[in-house]
Design a protein around this ligand. Structure first.
Ligand code: ADP
Ligand code: MG
Length: 322
């Protein structure tokens, strides 16, 4: 039922960047080593993600658009195991409910792949097609059938900023996967597979080359690993600050404070330190907001996590100053 699909879709797809997040996660889940993102008109006209992952059979391709169709059995190690189960298998169905979607996919063992075109949950075409191994999902004319939502989208620069932020988060959490981005046919990012420090330079520019301080602290409760920027390179604009918990991006003003307080005295109050920090913690000790588009988190013992982060950053800064 198209209406139910549209309503549910609003939960998952609020703007082009939320679709991008889902498509990129699918590509990484499919074992892709190279993922291309093609954007036209800030994703309003076209958002396409092409991967070289394992692809889908014709049956699975058709099934992938059914609500709650998921091929992914999550283990208890997965941070989101139980918490977001209710949202598993919703992404493609939701995107197809509010856009014109063209899927092309092929598995290595099949000579021909599958093409599926869906508009507003209606399958318009399904046929065999010659296509490389992997999957391409093109989302066209987002909210073409929900004018109110389409009008609610922000200007292209604003939507583009959201797209880039989402791209950065995924690209940072999978430095071993190569990513390319094209905007209006221009290549805007070309990130080869590599180490985290190289990924940071690829994303944020050559000015970070040799300017990153490694940061690591391992405790029985939580591990912290990543990089901070040198205090002398702190910028006046916010933004290049990333926390990942068990490799998922999260937002936390509390943990941000742990970092900024460690920088106190080394940077001006209007400056913002650069950081990309990965926390590893037993999923039993955290609580993720269940909504798929939210990035908030609660820790059983947030004071400990705060203290470990602060100490890790202080230590890294101390070592840098010797
Ligand atoms: P979920 O990722 O939660 O399983 P989705 O709606 O995002 O739900 O995708 C539905 C299913 O379609 C996935 O479980 C997977 O089997 C398949 N799928 C989606 N995208 C890809 C892709 N890029 N490569 C291979 N399979 C995919
Ligand atoms: Mg998915």
């Amino acid at each position: 039922d198209a209406i139910a699909n549209q309503i549910a879709a609003g939960e998952v797809v609020q703007r082009p960047s939320s679709a991008l997040k889902e498509l990129l996660e699918n590509s990484v889940d499919a074992g892709a080593t190279h993922v291309q993102v093609i954007i036209k008109d800030a994703g309003k006209q076209l958002l396409q993600v092409i991967d070289n992952g394992k692809g889908m059979s014709a049956t699975d391709a058709r099934m992938s658009f059914e609500r709650h169709a998921t091929s992914k059995i999550r283990t208890s190690q997965d941070l989101f195991a139980i918490k977001t189960f209710g949202f598993r298998g919703e992404a493609l169905a939701s995107i197809a409910a509010v856009a014109q979607v063209e899927l092309k996919t092929r598995q290595v063992e099949s000579e021909l792949g599958t093409l599926i075109q869906i508009e507003g949950s209606e399958v318009k075409k399904q046929e065999p097609v010659a296509t490389p191994v992997g999957t391409s999902v093109a989302m066209k004319n987002l909210f073409f059938n929900v004018p109110a939502r389409r009008n609610f989208l922000k200007s292209n620069p604003v939507e583009m900023r959201h797209l880039v932020e989402e791209f950065q988060r995924v690209a940072l959490s999978y430095p071993e996967v190569a990513f390319t981005m094209y905007q209006q046919d221009l290549e805007t990012y070309n990130l080869p597979s590599g180490k985290l420090s190289q990924r940071i330079v690829g994303l944020f520019g050559k000015s970070y080359q040799g300017q990153l301080i490694p940061c690591e602290e391992l405790t029985p409760h939580v591990n912290v690993k990543g990089y901070i920027g040198k205090p002398e390179n702190a910028k006046k604009t916010r933004g290049e600050q990333f926390f990942f918990v068990n490799n998922r991006y999260i937002r936390s003003s509390y943990l941000h404070h742990a970092v900024s307080s460690a920088f106190e005295g080394l940077i001006q109050s209007e400056q913002h330190p650069f950081y990309v920090l990965f926390l590893e913690i037993d999923p039993a000790h955290i609580d993720i907001n269940v909504h798929p588009t939210k990035t908030e988190i609660k820790f059983d013992d947030e004071r400990t996590v705060y203290a470990v982060i602060r100490s890790a950053v202080k230590q890294a800064l101390g070592a840098h100053h010797i």
